[in-house]
Design a protein around this ligand. Structure first.
Ligand SMILES: C[S@@+](CC[C@H](N)C(=O)[O-])C[C@H]1O[C@@H](n2cnc3c(N)ncnc32)[C@H](O)[C@@H]1O
Length: 263
């Protein structure tokens, strides 16, 4: 666990002991748009993921979601456009929450699923969409983006057609130099011509999980763009918004969704 000096002293990176996955999922994704903390950001992310996948141009066999956390909103639009989905997380309790969902009849994030089905004008029920998602999940993998081989040596799948990732790399990186290095660790997992869909926060140094503040990296839109250009991507779109409504939940100043293609 890293403890910061001065006014950052109450900020943790101890995911194993302090990341309360139920609190996190209920607070940030319990309800879309209106009641959920940071609901505006979640809506922005869902709308942009929907638009990217609805275009019909982003499809492939294998999708990896990096740092899935305890929640599966990133694959709700994507699942119709891929055959195999690999979820991943660094934290054991998040992998357990994902596996419990995958291996059971339980549903999660029902409000978010309904919101996405409405955008798609779909006749599917929440249960049907989540069954489709579960049917395509092939594994819940341990991952550490700080390693040159983030999936370790235990995973025989090494090349993905699509990578999605939500709010993970800024949580795993303490400096811009490390952020760039971690981006350079994960991008080789993508095939040439593959799609990278990434969403995150701008200007955030912490976010809340229960009574703990977790560290995040204060990034600008220019940091994001230059990082992925230097990793060999064409940035197709980088949508962003400004807001300082994090209150007790985060000190973020903005948010983004990037769609980039590996050259
Ligand atoms: C803010 S949460 C995001 C969770 C989810 N993707 C979402 O959109 O809400 C940050 C996630 O990054 C994961 N994480 C932290 N350090 C990591 C690392 N070194 N490698 C991979 N994931 C990491 C945490 O376990 C956590 O699930």
């Amino acid at each position: 666990m890293l403890i910061y000096s001065s006014n950052m002293s109450d900020i943790t990176t101890d995911y194993a002991d302090h990341f309360d996955c139920e609190w996190y999922r209920d607070t940030y994704y319990g309800s879309v748009c209106v009641e959920g903390a940071l609901g505006k950001v979640v809506k922005f992310d869902l709308d942009n993921y929907h638009a990217i996948f609805q275009s019909g141009k982003v499809k492939g066999k294998r999708l990896l979601d990096i740092g899935t956390g305890p929640c599966v909103h990133t694959i709700m639009s994507a699942c119709r456009h891929v055959d195999d989905i690999y979820l991943s997380d660094y934290t054991a309790q998040n992998r357990k929450a994902l596996t419990d969902w995958w291996k059971s009849d339980k549903t999660m994030l029902e409000n978010i699923t309904e919101y996405i089905l409405r955008m798609e004008n779909s006749g599917e029920t929440v249960t049907e969409r989540q069954k489709t998602m579960k049917g395509k999940v092939r594994a819940v993998l341990p991952i550490d983006v700080t390693l040159t081989k983030p999936l370790g040596t235990g995973c025989d799948v090494t090349e993905f057609d699509i990578i999605t990732s939500s709010l993970c790399l800024e949580a795993a990186s303490r400096t811009l130099e490390l952020y760039r290095r971690h981006a350079g660790n994960v991008t080789p997992l993508l095939k040439k011509g593959g799609h990278f869909i990434l969403n995150g926060t701008l200007g955030e140094s912490w976010y809340r999980v229960g009574d703990k503040k977790f560290a995040s990296l204060n990034l600008t839109k220019e940091d994001i763009e230059s990082t992925y250009v230097s990793c060999g991507f064409d940035v197709i779109s980088l949508k962003h918004g400004a807001s300082s409504e994090g209150g007790n939940f985060s000190d973020y100043h903005g948010y983004f969704v990037m769609h980039a293609i590996k050259k």
